[in-house]
Design a protein. Structure first.
Lengths: 727, 687
């Protein structure tokens, strides 16, 4: 039985971007891993989203006067992104790139319709003229002539598959109400052309296709609501004459003679299709709905009304539907199970939905935490549970570099001593990719000691990526590489320090304190660009909001009205309206700094050893830290559970312990400082209010306990008459 | 299925007497137990520790020592100064012999079982010869000063170790002289001069004497040199008893703090020949003095003044998962102490020296499951019947209409006619009860209250005729064809008055026809003790419960097991049922639901519905709570034959009154504990 599960908003769609939300998006393509998608709007921007976190990971825009014309795709082989703007200009960039103007650019001679990227093969570029080229062939000679295969036909839809290790591209064209289907095999280059049977009253709205055993099945949704199935063989190697394809009726999605408008079709598995569309039946107003149909038994499995309207576009990746609903991009998780007759008529017991599985995966952070427990930093989604980032990357590397011969530890260690940073990085990658040795931990320890020793002797040498990667192997502890954190402190590499604090179980209190001092003394602005993991703060600091308000307060300080400034800076922001926020609730530090401080709060310590080192903090630092702790404490107390959701977020006990420690260590200073007075006063007020509240709770508990105690005594008598039923 | 108005009775103030001494006989796998009120009980270890025999107590008899000799002869001696032998067939004291040495504190049989050594108040150790039918005084060993608190034979039978006040002595049996005198250190701490009582001694075959004393030490002595080998301070109060395993590699001691400790002889190093006694396991199952311990091959057995018998298995000696492998605690007798006059709604409680008659209360409201109904008429204590003489009551019964009460002591049968007229009670003793030559072990009134059945020795059942207005006459004596020597201890009669079934101590069940007063048939003997018997009022099938928790149904008319019973045996009973702790002590029926059998043990009562399928081990045995959550329809699929209720614990008696009401008699352990004297003060941290 197919079911629609929870639905959540991935992002808002900005009306100002491109031609408007009514037309929907230019494209939504799978990202480098199953949990990431690449969204291209009809304007200038392509954005990479982490779906389970509903969080943008990166956003790239072209210049003001340019428009992206072909949805950005991810090259699964290299991890790069490819997009085309202004029909002919090809751009290729990586995650790290910020500005699309400065990335690789190739100007082509013909207009590109779409780029299709498939795993384990080169991306295919489909030109508007119908020609198909692999990307590498195209990049080898960007200025080559592209022939026109189709004459004044317009491409309506295209899709690429891998069939028997060969990429196959299928696209449909239209000319004066006639529809043609082209099947293009790339290697060797063979093109088949078919004509679609004409239908009098209706026309195709949407296509979807899949291949199996060299048979290409094309599903076609017509405007009368019928889904037709067209089979094509991929076996022919010689181009034949243009054939007329016969179609067979697979499904009727509408009952009467209503017309379907703006509909879209997606194939879920061999027996299920999803149809998104609006029924335009005369008495009613057009209703848009998403429905899952079983094609085997031609039954409607489930459907969902979308009252705010859609753009008629539907994507489906990894058991999730993506569709624009009103002004947002909505993700609907679905579950499709093998169809049986029982399931089709709805008689199968649905064991999974009947349980508590309805809790959505994006709200339940605890679940997420558990899934990711193996590797806290893996950017994995909940759906791809089994693979941690490391293994995934290792595997990818395996595929890419399997030809190289393996490295031994000794070789690597000697290389670390004298090779250049890039070489070392390269070798380490390779080494780790083959790493399945028994004493992995010891080996990693050797390597990192070697690296750190070189760092110490050679100030310019700092293989950051290597170190991060090694730490993420989770085999390390402070005692294995005592100098690592010193080096990182020296370089103020906060990301590395954060990782160390989160991963090492045995950091001495002196080092923890040194880290704390370093974190507190770094300016928030300097932290802006660093890729500190913000997972621990995301639950209580609205990152975008915080930025905004900071800007706002900054402008007010300068004596300007913020209105104009806001409008300018609005264009990349996802929150439609600036909120009015009470400054009381504002986090005294930036999100990056907050995340770093959280790492400190989360690390293990012993009070006796920590206290002397805490005294090293300067008064300003103490006040700042105290303010942050107070902020956390108040935030934490607001929650019913007294805990922040999410992993690595500090618990209320950690917060209180640190607050006490800090006050203990700097009591005289804090009492003397005039600026601390207000802080202490508000803190005291809050704590007193809480203490009073809890004492009331205590009283209630006492009386409740008394009640409970008196209850069982009631039947202790020498004689009673009771009713007893035995069934 | 069944809704009952349950009369939950807790006013039966039964107090089990404390355990004074234990004697374990490895040969017959039986444990003899003497209580402080002089009662004696014999537990059969082979029959799931069933209490198969009981001899009622006696006001003047206080047993201080018990011992088995020549396998199955049981001797006791006490502060009365008598040595007596118990007759385990007729369940009475066979004979007593004055020791002429004052109160006897200790007694032990020599390893061959031909001699008894008795330690007396006057400081003498007397030897008695065990003859086939009696014992005979042989001689005294040299008399010394101080009472003999404990004694132990050397396994060779040539020496006796004796524990007295402050000292130990070793006697040579042949010459009768004390050959060793060992002073026990008497001040454990500081300056207090307290006398040190050697409560218990054991003589090991290598010549080591183990002693436990009132200062809390267990000490090991060399009997040749008279030197101390090892001292183990065990307790700050007295160590009252000790027992040695047959292999002499393990010792169990009991202290007056309620703790039991095990000592084991362990090699000093792995593989080394030298071994040492090490205190290994502490157990705290008692709250009061542990007055007696015994060491069986697989378990430590302890009994104390809190009246609990605890059998603690030694897991290293138990093989497999059997009945032996679980800790057992016995507080309540495996006998029925309550009888119920169903028609008159009266309960008769049996105490050692009196009977109490109570009328149940009533309610005039109804309710649903779990409700406690308001009591419109409180229960009423109608009568207390005191038994005259020093002998304790061994059995009692009340007729179903409540007009006859009978009870028996070892020597006499008493019968009373009770008149209940508008609230007032009149009791008239039936003066001319036929003198029976032997004692009664069980009494039963017939359903129509016209005859009284008296279970007696040698498998005999006497039938007495109850005549109005309060007379009685001997009618018949039923004897089994087999000529059993054992006494009958369970009786049941059919409601129509045609049949009587009697179970005797050799586990034989005889069915008699009351119409012809002659034996009808014998139920095939099962190799486990019978714990309860009942005849079904409609079908006249005999339902038998055994101590290994098997339940049989025997058709009296067809003289064979019924098909249901065969089905049960074929299918096998549920594991959870077989692993229960206590035997079924009472079976009753619901005349309106012929397929139902009501059974109860101490911790549950059960309605066995013969019409429902039997559960297999995969299904849940205690499924009432689950079933109650199901719908009416779903219940039918899940229900099985055993409908068990564990709400009322510990149960002494359950019976079904008329009109769907049940009476359950509970005796909460807490109520017993509060009646006990305060235990030895123990300092607990933080109090």
């Amino acid at each position: 039985m197919a079911v629609l599960r929870e639905e959540f908003t991935l992002c808002g769609l900005i009306a100002g971007a491109g031609a408007g939300a009514g037309q929907g998006l230019l494209g939504l393509e799978p990202g480098p891993d199953p949990d990431r998608v690449l969204l291209t709007d009809r304007g200038r921007t392509a954005t990479l989203y982490k779906v389970s976190d509903q969080k943008p990971l990166g956003s790239w825009s072209v210049k003001q006067d340019q428009t992206i014309t072909c949805p950005a795709v991810c090259n699964f082989e290299t991890g790069e992104y490819i997009a085309v703007h202004d029909d002919k200009v090809l751009r290729i960039w990586k995650d790290e790139d910020v500005n699309l103007d400065k990335v690789f650019k190739a100007t082509l001679t013909a207009e590109v319709y779409r780029i299709h990227s498939l795993p384990h093969t080169e991306p295919l570029v489909l030109f508007k003229g119908g020609a198909v080229q692999t990307l590498d062939a195209l990049l080898a000679a960007p200025q080559q002539e592209i022939e026109n295969v189709i004459s004044d036909e317009v491409i309506r839809w295209s899709e690429a598959f891998m069939e028997t290790q060969q990429p196959v591209l299928i696209f449909t064209t239209e000319k004066n109400g006639n529809y043609f289907v082209y099947v293009q095999k790339v290697n060797p280059n063979i093109l088949h052309k078919y004509k679609l049977e004409q239908e009098e009253s209706s026309h195709p709205l949407s296509f979807a296709a899949y291949t199996k055993n060299n048979i290409l099945t094309l599903l076609c949704l017509y405007s009368n609501g019928y889904v037709y199935k067209i089979l094509m063989s991929l076996q022919h190697s010689v181009p034949e004459e243009e054939q007329i394809l016969s179609k067979s009726l697979l499904l009727k999605t509408v009952v009467s003679d209503t017309a379907l408008k703006g509909a879209s079709l997606a194939i879920l598995d061999k027996d299920h299709v999803a149809v998104l569309g609006s029924l335009d039946s005369p008495p009613n107003i057009a209703k848009e709905c998403l429905s899952i149909w079983n094609t085997k038994f031609q039954t409607l499995q489930t459907s969902k009304e979308l009252p705010q309207g859609t753009s008629g576009q539907l994507w489906c990746y990894g058991e999730r539907f993506f569709l624009t609903h009103g002004k947002v991009l909505t993700v609907i998780v679905y579950k499709c199970e093998t169809s049986s007759l029982a399931a089709a008529v709805g008689k199968l017991k649905d064991t999974q939905t009947s349980g508590m599985r309805t809790v959505s995966s994006y709200v339940n952070w605890n679940m997420l935490q558990e899934d990711d427990l193996g590797s806290p930093h893996a950017q994995q989604s909940v759906t791809a549970k089994t693979e941690s980032k490391r293994t995934l990357r290792l595997r990818r590397n395996n595929v890419a570099k399997v030809q190289r011969d393996t490295l031994t530890v000794e070789q690597l260690l000697s290389d670390i001593k004298d090779s250049s940073q890039n070489d070392v990085e390269e070798e380490l990658w390779q080494f780790l990719s083959n790493a399945e040795m028994s004493d992995f931990q010891a080996t990693v320890g050797y390597i990192i000691t070697g690296l750190v020793n070189r760092c110490k002797t050679e100030p310019t040498f700092y293989p950051r990526n290597c170190l991060v990667q090694l730490i993420q192997t989770q085999g390390l502890s402070y005692s294995l590489c005592p100098d690592l954190m010193a080096v990182a402190l020296e370089k103020t590499d906060v990301h590395l320090l954060q990782l160390c604090l989160q991963q090492f179980p045995d950091i001495p209190e002196a080092v923890t304190c040194a880290c704390l001092k370093a974190f507190l003394s770094i300016d928030d602005d300097n932290l802006q660009g660093t890729n500190v993991n913000l997972d621990s703060v995301i639950s209580y600091i609205d990152i975008t909001l915080n930025d905004q308000v900071k800007k706002q307060s900054a402008t007010v300080q300068n004596g300007f009205s913020s209105e104009l400034m806001e409008e300018d800076s609005c264009d990349t922001q996802l929150t439609p309206k600036p909120h009015v926020v009470d400054t009381e609730e504002l986090c005294p530090v930036g999100p990056q700094k907050a995340a770093l401080l959280n790492a400190i709060l989360y690390s293990a310590y012993s009070e006796t050893f920590l206290l002397p080192h805490l005294k090293d903090l300067s008064a300003q630092q103490v006040i700042l830290f105290l303010r942050y702790l107070q902020y956390l404490y108040i935030k934490c107390s607001e929650k019913v559970t007294m805990d922040f959701p999410g992993m690595l977020s500090p618990t209320i006990y950690q917060i209180m312990d640190w607050m006490c420690l800090l006050l203990d260590a700097h009591f005289t200073v804090v009492v003397m400082l005039p600026e601390a007075k207000g802080l202490l006063f508000s803190l005291h007020k809050f704590v007193r209010a809480q203490a009073r509240f809890y004492s009331e709770l205590n009283k209630i508990e006492g009386s409740l306990q008394e009640l409970q105690r008196t209850k069982p005594q009631k039947d202790v008598g020498l004689y009673s008459i009771e009713m007893l039923e035995l069934v | 299925m069944g809704e009952f108005q349950v009369h939950r009775v807790r006013f039966f103030a039964y107090m089990p007497a404390g355990i004074r001494c234990l004697a374990h006989s490895p040969r017959s796998a039986r444990l003899a137990l003497a209580r402080t009120d002089g009662a004696l009980e014999v537990y059969n270890f082979a029959a799931n520790y069933f209490q198969e025999k009981g001899i009622p107590g006696h006001e003047t008899r206080t047993t201080e020592a018990l011992c088995w000799a020549t396998g199955d002869r049981l001797f006791g001696a006490g502060l009365g100064g008598d040595v007596s032998e118990y007759d385990l067939e007729k369940l009475r004291v066979k004979y007593s012999l004055d020791g002429f040495g004052g109160p006897i504190w200790s007694m032990a049989a020599d390893p061959s079982g031909t001699q008894l050594a008795v330690g007396c108040e006057d400081g003498s150790v007397k030897l008695f010869q065990v003859l086939p039918d009696k014992i005979q005084f042989e001689r005294s060993l040299d008399r010394q000063k101080g009472r003999i608190m404990s004694l132990s034979w050397h396994p060779s039978g040539t020496r006796i170790a004796v524990g007295s006040i402050d000292l130990l002595r070793v006697f040579d049996v042949k010459s009768g002289h004390a050959i060793q005198r060992i002073l026990v250190d008497r001040h454990p701490q500081g300056l207090y001069r307290r006398e040190c009582v050697v409560w218990s001694v054991a003589f090991l075959s290598d010549g080591t004497i183990v002693s436990s004393d009132s200062v809390g030490k267990v000490q090991f002595w060399d009997s040749e040199k008279g030197t101390l080998l090892e001292t183990h301070p065990v307790s700050s109060s007295a160590v009252l008893c000790l027992a040695v395993s047959e292999e002499e590699d393990s010792i169990v001691v009991g202290t007056s703090e309620g703790a039991v400790y095990q000592f084991q002889l362990l090699p000093v190093k792995w593989g080394s020949a030298e071994s040492k006694w090490v205190r290994t396991k502490p157990f705290q199952h008692h709250t009061h003095d542990v007055r007696a311990v015994a060491h069986s091959a697989t378990a430590l057995i302890s009994g104390g003044l809190d009246a609990q018998l605890v059998i603690r298995p030694l897991m290293e000696r138990v093989h497999g998962k059997g009945y032996d492998a679980v800790l057992r605690k016995f507080t309540f007798p495996h006998r029925r102490l309550v009888s119920c006059a169903k028609k008159a709604r009266l309960l008769l409680f049996q105490f050692p020296q009196h009977l109490e008659l109570w009328r149940l209360g009533a309610t005039d409201s109804a309710g649903k499951d779990g409700d406690i109904l308001p009591v419109s008429r409180a229960p009423e204590h109608l009568l207390q019947l005191k038994s005259k003489g020093p002998e304790h009551i061994c059995c009692s019964c009340i007729s179903l209409c409540g007009s006859w009460i009978a009870y028996a002591t070892t020597s006499r049968l008493h019968l009373h006619r009770v008149h209940l007229e508008n609230g007032s009670v009149r009791v008239k003793r039936v003066s001319k009860v036929p003198k029976l030559l032997c004692s009664a072990h069980q009494l039963l009134c017939s359903a129509d209250s016209t005859s009284l059945f008296v279970a007696s020795d040698q498998g005999a059942v006497h039938v007495l005729k109850l005549l109005e207005p309060g007379r009685c006459g001997h009618l018949q004596t039923l004897r089994p064809n087999s000529g059993s020597a054992q006494a009958v201890y369970l009786l049941t009669a059919s409601v129509d008055g045609d049949w009587l079934a009697a179970a005797s101590g050799d586990w034989e069940i005889n069915v008699y026809s009351l119409r012809h007063f002659k034996p009808h048939c014998t139920v095939p003997v099962y190799n486990c003790a019978v714990t309860a018997l009942a005849i079904h009022p409609v079908t006249n099938n005999l339902v038998i419960a055994h101590s290994d928790q098997q339940v049989f149904e025997f058709s009296i008319t067809d003289r064979e097991y019924t098909t249901w019973s065969r089905k049960v045996q074929q299918h096998g009973l549920h594991k959870g049922w077989l692993e229960r702790d206590t035997p079924i002590t009472h079976i009753t029926f619901n005349p309106k639901q012929p397929a139902h059998i009501l059974l109860h043990d101490t911790y549950m009562f059960c309605i066995l519905d013969k019409s429902l399928p039997l559960p297999d081990d995969a299904t849940q045995l205690m499924n009432q709570t689950t079933l109650k959550q199901l719908s009416e329809k779903a219940r039918r699929g899940c229900a099985h034959a055993f409908k068990i209720c564990k709400k009322y614990q510990p149960l002494l008696f359950v019976d079904l009154l008329e009109e769907g009401s049940l009476v359950v008699v509970e005796r909460p352990l807490m109520d017993i504990k509060t009646q006990l004297p305060p235990p030895v003060q123990q300092k607990k941290f933080g109090t």
